[in-house]
Design a protein around this ligand. Structure first.
Ligand code: MG
Length: 159
């Protein structure tokens, strides 16, 4: 058995007149995240973790924000494109573990929906997908509601 581990992180700024999409789930809030795509930071962190596990570079290499093709892109679609690429064909996802650090809004009510959304896109059972949310105790850019941060770890295996 061959195993690979990958980690990724991403930050996006809060902005007005933007939707807040986390793990493919729209969360009701008066601020959204600014970005070239839909700015789904946890999914961007997850994509970086997947690419990192196979030493394939990072999300900006595959989906450059200078390319209008990815303007307002659905990040869940980008995730599926990465997983469908030839490099991933012989690999299985053992598990993923995501942490979202956001001062607001409270994400606990959406935890199951976010996990289900990721499990569906990844083609794995729900028990292999962990999403955790925490505040930053009011400190730093997260505490000042300037933006949020997401971190991801993934384990891949192949026979
Ligand atoms: Mg990003």
């Amino acid at each position: 058995m061959d195993f690979r581990i990958g980690q990724g992180c991403d930050t996006h700024r809060y902005a007005e007149n933007r939707r807040l999409i986390l793990c493919g789930t729209e969360i009701p809030f008066d601020l959204g995240l600014a970005g070239h795509s839909d700015a789904d930071a946890p999914v961007h962190a997850l994509i970086d973790a997947l690419l990192g596990a196979l030493a394939l570079g990072d999300i900006g290499h595959f989906f450059p924000d200078t390319d209008m093709k990815w303007k307002d892109a659905d990040s869940m679609q980008l995730l599926r494109m990465v997983l469908e690429s030839p490099a991933f064909q012989e690999w299985q996802i053992v598990n993923i573990d995501l942490t979202i650090i956001a001062q607001k809004p409270k994400l606990a009510p959406y935890n199951r929906t976010m996990r289900e959304s990721l499990a569906h896109a990844l083609g794995v059972s729900l028990d292999r997908v962990s999403v955790k949310a925490k505040t930053n105790e009011g400190m730093g850019f997260v505490g000042r509601l300037e933006g949020l941060e997401a971190r991801a770890v993934v384990l891949l295996s192949r026979n």
